[in-house]
Structures are given as C-alpha cells and as structure tokens.
Design a protein around this ligand. Structure first.
Ligand code: DX5
Ligand code: ZN
Length: 227
C-alpha cells in the first residue's frame, strides 16, 4: 500500500528575513506543502515575532497554503486580521481561549480553516471535544516560544491518542506536529500519527532551505521504505 503523503511545513521563524521571497521560493521548489507563520505576542509566550503584515507578504509570493500559528492571549481579537491577510489555516491555543468552540465557528464563518493547538504539558482531552469541528490539530513537541528547542518524545502518546480518535471517528482533520523536528526524529513523528510536520531550524537553520526540505523528505521516505 503506498504510504500517505506527509506534509512538510517550513516555519519562517528561522528564515533569513532579508531575503524572505527567495527562502520561500526555495522551499516551494523543494516540495514544501504549506508555510507556517509563528505569531508570538510576548504574553502567551515570552517572545515577540510577526503580525498579519508578514502573512500578507508571504501571501503575495507563494500559492502554498499558509498556516498562522497564533501563540497569543485573546486570539479572538486578532483572528480577523490574519484571515484578511490571507491565512488559510488559523490555529490558536486551547490554553489561550475560554470559548474555543465559539472561536472555531467564527474562524470558519470568516472563511478560513480553524485549528487548535495544545502544549506539551496538556492532555489530548483539552482538544478532544473539538476534533470534529476543526480542520487541524497542532500537537506541540516543545513549549512554544522559540525555534531550535529540543524535541520532547514524551508527547508521542498524546499524538497517537489524537490519531486514534481521528481514526475511530472517521474525521478529516489534519494532524500537525511542531517543535524540534528534523531528519533524525521525523520518522517517529510520522509513526505516531503526524501527518504534517513543521520545521524552522531543520529547514532554514543550515543556510540552504531547499536542502533542509529534501532532507526531511528523504528521512520520511527511508522510514516508509523500511516498513
Ligand atoms: C515554537 C514554534 C515552532 C518553532 C519550530 O514556538 O511554534 O513553530 O518555530 O522551530 P524548530 O523547528 O526550530 O523547533
Ligand atoms: Zn509553530
């Protein structure tokens, strides 16, 4: 049976911003499937990064879907500006929102695909009740805030649990995994149910983003061939 296509999702957090357009064409040319934009507000996480204008700029130079990962408190206040900027998936943290169900519905009503993220210390139960209504579940394998942190293998049982819930209920959502992923551990992520893998350092950290994407793809293919 042919194995399912795993989506490679470069996070521009580690891109060279003086040449963002070139970085994006490199990853697109190497077969990346989606672009991940890490939005940090300095409150929900101790780092401050990008706003909707970056999504707008990315939108102008690629046709790949854009996945806006909102690591912000009060995500409901900023969701519309990311949708207007051209984000396809808008992903917020279950930890940051009291009425996740309401925001999921709002995102869909505004014309984007809703996603829900969960941090390493929190269990699958935190998002379980929403799986049928979201298009993407984002399982964090680092505590969000910075690129280049170490992958947390202890999150794998939660990833498998979400994959199992998806299978049991026959749901269509995409299971995305984010944090510390590289050629050395991407096979573990896929084996545990990851369908889309986010990578910042592994793609952009070495200075050759196309090679970064290809190395991830090769590691996935090697693992698939061995099974
Ligand atoms: C973590 C961000 C991740 C991060 C990944 O706070 O949500 O998307 O940029 O970076 P790497 O791949 O370097 O762990
Ligand atoms: Zn992210």
């Amino acid at each position: 049976m042919p194995s399912k296509h795993v989506l490679i999702v470069p996070s521009i957090l580690s891109a060279d911003f003086t040449r963002l357009g070139d970085e994006l064409s490199a990853v697109e040319g190497a077969g990346a499937d989606m672009i991940h934009v890490d939005v940090m507000d300095g409150h929900f996480v101790p780092n401050l990064t990008m706003g909707p204008f970056i999504v707008e700029a990315v939108r102008r130079v690629t046709d790949l879907p854009i996945d806006a990962h909102l690591m912000v408190t009060n995500p409901e206040a900023v969701v519309p500006s990311f949708i207007d900027a051209g984000a396809d998936y808008v992903v917020f943290h279950a930890e940051a929102c009291e009425d996740a169900g309401g925001l999921i519905d709002d995102i869909r009503r505004m014309g984007a695909r809703p996603g829900l993220a969960v941090n390493p210390p929190n269990e699958a139960e935190m998002i379980e009740g929403h799986l049928a209504r979201i298009d993407l579940a984002l399982i964090m394998t680092v505590n969000p805030g910075f690129a280049g942190q170490e992958f947390m293998p202890e999150v794998m049982p939660k990833l498998s649990r979400v994959a199992e819930l998806k299978r049991e209920a026959g749901l269509g959502l995409l299971i995305e995994v984010d944090g510390g992923i590289g050629p050395g551990n991407v096979a573990t992520v896929v084996a545990n149910g990851g369908e889309a893998v986010v990578a910042a350092s592994a793609v952009f950290g070495g200075g050759d983003a196309a090679a970064g994407v290809r190395a991830l793809r090769a590691a996935i293919a090697t693992a698939a061939a061995a099974n």
